[in-house]
Design a protein around this ligand. Sequence first.
Ligand SMILES: Nc1ncnc2c1ncn2[C@@H]1O[C@H](COP(=O)(O)OP(=O)(O)OP(=O)(O)O)[C@@H](O)[C@H]1O
Ligand SMILES: [Mg+2]
Length: 430
Amino acid sequence: MQVKVSKGKGLIVDGPAKIEVQSGTGDLFGKPIRTGDIIVVKKAKSIGIHADTELCLEITGGLGFKVEEVDYSLISEEWVKIAEDLKKSEKPAIVFIVGDVDTGKTTLVTYLGNILCREGFKVAVLDEDVGQSDVGPPCTIGLGILTEPVAFLSDLKFIDGFFVGSTSPSGLIQRSIAGTKLMVEKAINLGSDVILIDTCGWVFGREARELKTMLFYLIKPTHVILVEKNEGELDHLVVPLRKLKLNVIKVKSPIRIRERNREERKFLREVMFRRYLENLREIKVSLSRVGVAYGILGSGKIADQQLVERVSAMLGVKVVHCERSEDYLLIVTENHEMINSLSLEAVKRVLQVRDVRIVSVSMIKDILVGLMDDKMNFLGVGIIKEYNPKSNELIIRTNVDENKIAIIQYGSIKISDETREEGKIRPWSI
Ligand SMILES: Nc1ncnc2c1ncn2[C@@H]1O[C@H](COP(=O)(O)OP(=O)(O)OP(=O)(O)O)[C@@H](O)[C@H]1O
Ligand SMILES: [Mg+2]
């Protein structure tokens, strides 16, 4: 369908849609729009275009697609003022954007990034949201650099990441804190003028407060932008810091936000998984050769056959691998079986180990992993396809070069068919 947008008006397009600009000029959250441009809006995403001159657009849409013309500006005066402030502020500016889910945080980051990039500043975007990752794969804190204005943050150049291993930071906030700090350091070392930190929409409750507080302490943002639907809803995050003279700026969440439901969020994660899990090969990685993180498997001393048989006999199940460290005895069983706690207690007592973990070979399958090199650079993600207890090797589907892998970080989600989230596993369960 052909859509004409009069000068000064706005158009909101909910995807899936393909927009071809036939004539006119406009602005898409800070990215200039010209004749001939093609913008693809994925399902569950939406964009807003402001017409600088009359715009003539050819739009094709799929199921769920919607267009709406609005006669107010999609870019609020508050957004414009923040961009102006950031242009003038001391560099590097470290901007921490906080808000509840579906408040327009990512869109504000996109707008600020685009405007500052157009002014010639080196802009880094740090995506702390492990659930709705725009920069880098899901379950990962991503760092990207804007080399040109973009319609979506997912279009920008991915530089580095930190694997958290879960789609939610809950229970794992220390990983989000460490990862964000490391990525900020990296952005500074890269000579960024402005570092825009897009955070997850987790702002209520003890753990969320703790996460945000630690990030404030460590990152020392030069600007804290609070995106609020209702005035004062984020005060609990900054009132406790009142004496710190933080540069806190409050902005109202835009009127028309396209909220995403669970299914749509899952769909968007799958899109991102597909992107970072393509051209996969199966590689074999010996757990005796690499380091591991977020799990026990590969961190202990492999038990000899005699001990394996002894544990098998005590538990009454077929054990295929045991490894021992000062704090854990990890037992890998051939099949998934219920083991009574009395037998486990007996193993603990007889073998004098502090704690015992039992996993079956099938549990060590389909787990998402993060892969790091020997300088702790993020190499990519992969999926464990199999654990071979005889050779103590993991077979991983990934596009990462096996020779570069120094550390395997075990994730807490299982992925099937290279994209689909199949379920969760408890951190440190393998
Ligand atoms: N100013 C605006 N005008 C029109 N649409 C907007 C505006 N700001 C945001 N939106 C739309 O609302 C939706 C949600 O915005 P956005 O993704 O920026 O929110 P978010 O707070 O980052 O969400 P999440 O909590 O999932 O990270 C998006 O589809 C976006 O295009
Ligand atoms: Mg977001």
